[in-house]
Structures are given as C-alpha cells and as structure tokens.
Design a protein around this ligand. Sequence first.
Ligand SMILES: Nc1ncnc2c1ncn2[C@@H]1O[C@H](COP(=O)(O)OP(=O)(O)OP(=O)(O)O)[C@@H](O)[C@H]1O
Length: 296
Amino acid sequence: MDGALVRPPGTRAGLSVEGVSVAYPNGHLALRDASFSLQPGTVCGLVGVNGSGKSTLFKAIMGLVRPSAGQVRIGGEKVQAALKRNLVAYVPQAEEVDWSFPVGVRDVVMMGRYGHMNMLRIPRAADRQAVDAALARVGMLDLAERQIGELSGGQRKRVFLARALAQGGELLLLDEPFTGVDVTTEDAIVELLTQLRDEGRIILVSTHNLGSVPTFCDHVVLVNRTVLAAGPTPEVFTGPNLLRAFGGALRQHSLPEQAKAHAPLEAGHVVVLSDDERPLVMAPDGRVLGRLTQDL
Ligand SMILES: Nc1ncnc2c1ncn2[C@@H]1O[C@H](COP(=O)(O)OP(=O)(O)OP(=O)(O)O)[C@@H](O)[C@H]1O
C-alpha cells in the first residue's frame, strides 16, 4: 500500500468518552458509564465478546445513538460538530454492505468526499485526486473501474478503507477489519493503520482477532457492557484482564507438546484461543507474549 494522501486542513482530534450509557428503545442497557480517552497518534483495539457493546460504542461516537448519560468529545467538540467537520470516518463490517448494489469501486471511495462537496455532489479536481490517492494507498488503483460486487473480501475491505482515507477523517473507526482476510492483506492493513497513526490520527479498531492486538495496538479498551479496562496495551491486554472480559467465551489450553518443541517456551505457558482461532501465548504471570505461529 503506497501513494500520498491529500490531507484536509483541521486540527488534531483527541477522543474522549466520558461516563457514556446507552439504552436502546426496547429498554436494553447496552453500555453503562463507559469512559476512556485517546490521544492523537494512537491505534487502539476495542475488544470484547459478542454483544458486549462495541458497535454501540461506535454508534455513540458516530452520533447514531444518543447516550442517556455522559458525553463523547472529538477534538474537544460535541459529536455533531465533529461530524460536520468530517473528523470521523467509519469502515463498516462486510455484513453491513449490500454487495449486489451496482456501484463501482471509484464511486464507493468518492462517497467519502460527499461531506466536502456541495448539495449537487459534483466532484471537483481535489475530490478526484483524493480518491485516486486513497485507492493508491490501499493498492486498489488497478481495480478502480470494477464493480464492488466483483471483488474479493480482502479487496472490498481495502475499498472501504480507501473511502475513509478519501474522507480525510482524524478519527477512524474500523469494525472487524481482519475478518475473512488472509495474512498478507492483514499485514498490509496493519502497516497502513500504523502509518495513519504516525500521521497523528486516532484509529479505533474493533476486533475479535486477539492474536493481532499486541502487534499493532498501542492502546486497548476492554468492554463488557461498560469499559472494564483501558490504557496502554502492555498494562491492559493481560491474561487476567482478558479472562475477565471474555469469561467462558475464550478457550484456554496448555501449550501442546509438539508446539513446545518448535518454540522457546517454558512449561506452564498457556495458549488462549480467540473466537477466530488465532492463538495467543501467555506467560504464567498473565503477560501476553504474542502469537503462537508468527512471534514465538
Ligand atoms: N437496536 C437495538 N435494539 C436493542 N438492543 C440492541 C440493539 N442493537 C444492539 N442491541 C443489544 O445491545 C447489546 C450490545 O450490542 P452491540 O451490537 O453493541 O455488541 P457488539 O459488542 O458490537 O457485538 P458483536 O461482537 O457481536 O458485533 C447486545 O446485547 C445487543 O443485542
């Protein structure tokens, strides 16, 4: 993934979620008193079991649900003001998109520019440049004329990432970006997110792929209907915290003998499998040592 990105003007935007509670119209309290904050230039993993409130938190940050208590601030501004300034870009889960809709790759990425256009939505040269730069950056310029439904799962993810880049948001929300992508695409996405972090953006990534969290997240927010723990990855992404967040949803195994023969690990380490089955190895004191296959 390479190429330059046309960056919008705008100040760096920190994110603060302060005491946020969200109740749905049926009365279900999906989040209670959730708090954390992130500084510009951070990649943060949002980690929790199914139904723990990750998407609800995204919706609160995007102004799609109104908290019954607390507030979200982006760059010190209320959500609606931040949205008007195009500070927040969202990369959806594949399931949220109608892939049969006949729309080309370039058109999808151009949608990221709508907030920069007037009512008639006629693209200007700057919009076309931003689209091309974003497509180049995710390595999709060659497929720009394809229909979106004609792409692979990994290519589709790149297109929606390009849409967020073309928008030029300071805060990027990614919902499960690694689901259904191969290791090469995952590495390319991680590299791009790291570059965006180094440019001063905040990247908030919801993921079930626990194995990848220590390798690319500076911060972690663990959720289960509230924020259980938030902070730098080495402090928060620990065995005890993960077991508290996931309870019985994580399978825990002793490291198999045959794996020990290939890895410099001591007895007593355990392997924890996330629900996408990429194993994490933890030390007896609960420190996460890394992924079994790649890091150890
Ligand atoms: N529109 C809604 N109305 C009522 N309850 C909802 C609604 N949307 C979500 N919920 C409930 O709120 C809780 C949190 O859901 P949410 O989608 O935020 O979880 P999640 O952590 O994103 O889950 P997953 O990992 O499965 O995507 C769940 O119990 C869910 O059933």
